[in-house]
Design a protein around this ligand. Structure first.
Ligand code: NAD
Ligand code: UDP
Length: 340
């Protein structure tokens, strides 16, 4: 695929603040959960947005409402194949993120992360773009440190069922820093901790969507293991706000930086909150634990506070209430991508 799109020059919109120059921004994985929210926020800022996606887990409905915007362009492409694009910034969000999604095609997942990084960094090198990588808390594996700081090297099982994703993301980080050191590519790397919100799929398989869908349909809430494992859940708007800070930063290497909400909660407590917020009649059932499931996960976000002046502001119950409203409509058969 070759796409030659002017890097600068769009005259801006009413939404762009005077400080923000309009840019051409490529969002790989832009039809997915996080990517579609990011595309929307970039358009609101007056940028030209190119959404690149192969629709492995992304959905057209997530971006349908953006297609009529003259500043939005959709390119169906697989990041495992080389591409060229003229853009000021590339956000590389192309990768399945839910364990069932990435374990369905483990080899494809690893290659998406490794070849996707190479092809994206090569495209950036040719066009002079800044590249922002969506890395993950999974680089810490099942951590022996809590909270996790960026300096922690992690505890990943390279040959387990999560390895395709964890090692793919770790390799991608290595490639980002090598392209920066060797070729001077301007890079930013954000390590995303569990993020939830509207536009997750009904069958996404991650814990927040599973519990909400189960609670709303009064079917059993499935806890894997004893439910004492912890996660720290970040609402999508907060997370995307963190990535926009990368776009605002100058041309210097930033990261890796943890982006997430430090409020840690057990999976069992999450189930109780969802039951409460939905007035559900669902029962909680306990299923066998999944292999290599991290037992604790909580970001130390002092680096994000200091370097990006960023921290999340959405309380878990507030974010869950919005997400429940979204799934409620989805279960009622309404398309809600535009409204969220
Ligand atoms: P998602 O599955 O909704 O989105 C991923 C998008 O990438 C989809 O649109 C999919 O079709 C696309 N994609 C996958 N493989 C591709 C390929 N080979 N070529 C082109 N497009 C491809 O997941 P998400 O939650 O929106 O995650 C987006 C990014 O953020 C991923 O890179 C993920 O690893 C990272 N991340 C997300 C979370 C989270 O909690 N949501 C946590 C850590 C990291
Ligand atoms: N989980 C669960 N029930 C589900 C889905 C997930 O108990 O229906 C657990 C899972 O075992 C893990 C936590 O919830 O301990 C978060 O899982 P998720 O797949 O959302 O994200 P990740 O494991 O990648 O952090």
């Amino acid at each position: 695929m070759r796409s030659f799109i002017p890097t600068e020059g769009y005259s801006g919109s009413a939404f762009a603040s005077p400080r923000q120059r309009s840019k051409t921004v490529l969002v790989n994985g832009g039809a997915g959960f996080l990517g579609s929210h990011l595309c929307e926020r970039l358009l609101e800022r007056g940028h030209q947005v190119i959404c690149l996606d192969n629709f492995y887990t992304g959905r057209r409905v997530n971006i349908e409402h953006l297609l009529q915007n003259a500043r939005f362009q959709l390119l169906e492409h697989d990041v495992r194949q080389p591409y060229e694009v003229e853009a000021s910034i590339i956000f590389n969000f192309a990768s399945p993120a839910s364990p069932p999604d990435y374990q369905r095609d483990p080899v494809g997942t690893l290659l998406t992360n490794v070849l996707g990084a190479v092809n994206t960094l090569d495209a950036a090198r040719r066009s002079g773009a800044t590249v922002v990588q969506s890395s993950t808390s999974e680089v810490y594996g099942d951590p022996h440190e809590n909270p996790q700081r960026e300096s922690y090297f992690g505890n990943v099982n390279p040959i387990g069922p999560r390895g395709c994703y964890d090692e793919g993301k770790r390799s991608a980080e290595t490639l980002f820093f090598d392209y920066h050191r060797k070729y001077g590519v301007d890079i930013k790397v954000g390590r995303i901790f569990n993020t939830y919100g509207p536009r997750m799929r009904l069958d996404d398989g991650r814990v927040v969507s599973n519990f909400i869908v189960q609670a709303l349909s009064n079917t059993d809430i499935t806890i894997y293991g004893d439910g004492r494992q912890t996660r720290s859940f970040c609402y999508v708007d907060d997370l995307v706000g963190g990535f926009l800070r990368f776009a605002d930063a100058g041309e210097h290497c930033i990261g890796p930086i943890n982006l997430g909400n430090p409020a840690e909660i057990t999976v069992r407590d999450l189930a109780e909150i969802v039951l409460d917020l939905t007035n559900s009649r669902s029962r909680i059932i306990y299923l066998p634990a999944v292999a290599d499931d991290p037992q604790q996960r909580r970001p130390d976000i002092s680096k994000a506070r200091k370097e990006l002046n960023w921290w999340p502001t959405t309380e878990l119950k507030t974010g869950l209430t919005r997400t429940i409203a979204y799934f409620d409509k989805l279960l009622a058969g309404k398309e809600v991508a535009e409204a969220v």
